[in-house]
Design a protein around this ligand. Sequence first.
Ligand SMILES: Cc1cc2nc3c(=O)[nH]c(=O)nc-3n(C[C@H](O)[C@H](O)[C@H](O)COP(=O)(O)OP(=O)(O)OC[C@H]3O[C@@H](n4cnc5c(N)ncnc54)[C@H](O)[C@@H]3O)c2cc1C
Length: 234
Amino acid sequence: MLRPSRAEQVPELVRLFDSPETPSLYAVSTGHNWGLGSREPVGDGAVRLELHGMDRIRRLDTDQGWAIIEAGATQRQLSEQLIGTRRLLNVTASSAHTSVLGNALDRGVGLRRQRTHDLAGLEVVLPGGEVTRVGWWPGDRVGAPNPHGLGPSLLHLFTQSDLGIAVAGAVRLPVRPEVQHVLRLTFGAADLAPAVDAFRRWQGQGLLQGILKIYDTTSASSYGIPAPPVTWRT
Ligand SMILES: Cc1cc2nc3c(=O)[nH]c(=O)nc-3n(C[C@H](O)[C@H](O)[C@H](O)COP(=O)(O)OP(=O)(O)OC[C@H]3O[C@@H](n4cnc5c(N)ncnc54)[C@H](O)[C@@H]3O)c2cc1C
């Protein structure tokens, strides 16, 4: 296991493995990919590069709604920085200790939208140790975060891919709603199909915002959800 604490250390480490004779490198950010292999490398004999020590929030712009974060920065860290601002983080339903970037790189699912929609840019170390930036990145004159830029977009070459190791990323921060309500409905297994039809209609008509989740009783109880207050029967 290799545990760099600064982004500048990563290119040098990657160069050490740039040969057919050396083992492959497997990068994790915080490595909490529970239910999907956790931090276990995909292939045998790999050396794991653990990036949780690189956890800086390099820049934050709550006016334009973006943050430049390193791979180890967690949902908790970024959310706490946003308390009292008009922006929020599109969190997942996983732990507060998970990486924002690691989850986005694995195309995770936020509560408001897919995490790939939050990803605007990446700072990546390529297999030869070169460092490059793809997608949107703030320069001297900051324009609105547009992940696609001009011409072909290279950003998603690096999501669910082994073409490079992301050391930092630009993530977009949605506007914090002035008012919001969370509606919890329950229904029996026999009503699943008509319930899904109704939800699809509501979502299609824009009545629902965010990611709709349907849990069975066991999954719901693992989140500590008590017996629900509203029972819906079709
Ligand atoms: C109860 C429960 C609820 C959950 N809810 C959700 C949910 O709502 N949404 C969701 O998406 N997931 C959910 N998960 C799954 C998982 O916990 C999260 O996806 C979590 O964010 C992944 O862990 P991580 O952020 O530490 O990423 P990591 O484990 O660090 O990374 C995930 C994968 O991405 C790649 N990767 C990571 N970092 C890099 C990098 N810097 N460069 C290149 N490749 C990299 C690696 O292949 C790695 O295996 C849930 C799990 C549980 C147990």
